[in-house]
Design a protein around this ligand. Structure first.
Ligand SMILES: C[S@@+](CC[C@H](N)C(=O)[O-])C[C@H]1O[C@@H](n2cnc3c(N)ncnc32)[C@H](O)[C@@H]1O
Length: 416
């Protein structure tokens, strides 16, 4: 047991004692800057045993699962310092690349608004059906979830029906199913992964039971790693004026309010452009709004996402032309020559960033880049490459999409 003073909250959301009793850095989850705590240590990591002097910024966590559930790390922190910490993480990542810019106040997505969750299923005690929940903090065990203040209440209300749906997917002892659930305009869309397939996949009986559970739950669609098990309605979402039928397992921003904030900010910055590129476009979250401004070249690796985007173009009117192509932007980035007439590039890569595509943007004559990112670390690396090519990082909008987690989204604006 050690007594520690917490100096800061680290990038993973754990309290950090920088030089605890001269023994180097120690991380203690669920603690806050300024607190004195007693912690049971295992190497450099500890679990808090007692809070000797709590921070005035400590608040009562809204969820009964907080502390056990690995989904949230920061429910015990007051909103203001918590949001300032998110902005500070962006500043720190930029400073590691030698960059500075204006960091706007963090956009805070409201609780109870998450429309996408990944729920893990495990066999429950005999006769109790499937258990459904999130991974435990620092463990692979499951925390069965009864409430989730982060998630849209319509999705939370469906938890018992989702547990009944999960049950047939557990028929093989080696299966560890994950239900990727998306709340769409036409109901819940569920893609199940982690089902043992070597032994022939789901039996006909299990499929039938899954379809019955889906029908009882009034779900829109259930797919097993992309293959339809049950389909009552197409899962539809509205993106700008387009109505998009989601392909199974497609990417969609997790919180509508955060999506709106990022798209509105991007659209405001892109005004005046006559030709735009939307790279890593997904099913068109930014594309359809950008096509209200100018012609859009949209590119994305997932062929089903591009098909969905193209089909949805039929539900729009009066937009500027959209050219959408399925393209791996790591192996085959859009070349600087292809960007010759482009005024504004919007780029929204996965966590790994967009090093290869950034090289081509840097070589091009593009005057403005709007970069959307879910990883401030890779954003900062790509930002540095753009700055070295003559761009100025004008400002960054941090977006707290994954409320009470250490994750940070952002939109950065570059001009030259
Ligand atoms: C963060 S999502 C953004 C999608 C979209 N802009 C949105 O907001 O809904 C990143 C997208 O990049 C796509 N992607 C991942 N690797 C890729 C690659 N190598 N080339 C092109 N697209 C890729 C994914 O399929 C996903 O749709």
């Amino acid at each position: 047991m050690r007594e520690l003073t917490i100096d800061a909250v680290g990038a993973q959301g754990d309290g950090l004692s920088r030089n605890a009793e001269g023994k180097g850095a120690a991380f203690v989850p669920l603690t806050l800057p300024g607190e004195r705590v007693l912690a049971n240590m295992e190497g450099a990591r500890g679990e808090v045993a007692e809070i000797l002097a709590p921070s005035p910024d400590r608040v009562t966590p809204p969820c009964r699962h907080f502390g056990t559930c690995g989904g949230c790390a920061l429910q015990h922190w007051a909103a203001e310092p918590y949001l300032a910490w998110k902005a500070e993480q962006v500043r720190l990542q930029l400073s590691m690349e030698g960059l500075e810019t204006e960091i706007l106040p963090t956009f805070a997505a409201p609780p109870a608004s998450r429309r996408r969750v990944a729920l893990h299923a495990r066999k429950g005690p005999k006769g109790a059906g499937a258990l459904l929940g999130f991974k435990e903090r620092r463990s692979w065990s499951l925390v069965p979830i009864k409430e989730c203040p982060v998630t849209d209440p319509r999705l939370v209300a469906a938890l018992p029906a989702l547990a009944r749906l999960a049950e047939p997917f557990l028929e093989h002892p080696k299966s560890a199913p994950t239900l990727h659930v998306t709340l769409t305009g036409t109901g819940l869309d569920i893609d199940v992964t982690g089902v043992e397939r070597k032994s022939g996949g789901l039996s006909a009986d299990a499929r039938m039971r899954a379809a019955m559970a889906a029908s009882e739950g009034d779900f829109a669609r259930v797919t097993l790693a992309g293959e339809t098990v049950y389909g009552a309605r197409q899962p539809l979402v509205k993106l700008g004026q387009a109505v998009v039928a989601l392909p199974p397992g497609a990417f969609l921003q997790a919180v509508p309010a955060a999506e709106r904030a990022m798209v509105d900010f991007t659209v405001a910055e892109a005004q005046g452009a006559s030709r735009l590129a939307d790279l890593y476009c997904g099913v068109g979250t930014f594309t359809f709004r950008l096509a209200e401004i100018g012609a859009v070249h949209a590119a994305e690796m997932s062929a089903p996402a591009i098909e969905a985007l193209k089909t949805a173009m039929g539900s729009t009117s009066g937009l500027k032309p959209i050219h959408a192509e399925a393209r791996d932007l790591v192996r085959r980035p859009v070349l600087s020559t292809e960007l010759a007439k482009t005024d504004v590039v919007v780029i929204d890569p996965p966590r790994a960033g967009a090093a290869e595509q950034t090289v081509e943007i840097a070589k091009s004559k593009v005057a403005k880049v709007i970069s959307v990112s879910c990883n401030p670390g890779t954003f900062a690396k790509d930002a540095r490459a753009l700055v070295e090519a003559g761009f100025r990082l004008e400002k960054v909008l941090p977006v707290d999409q994954f409320v009470w987690s250490p994750h940070i989204e952002l939109v950065g604006v570059f001009t030259r």
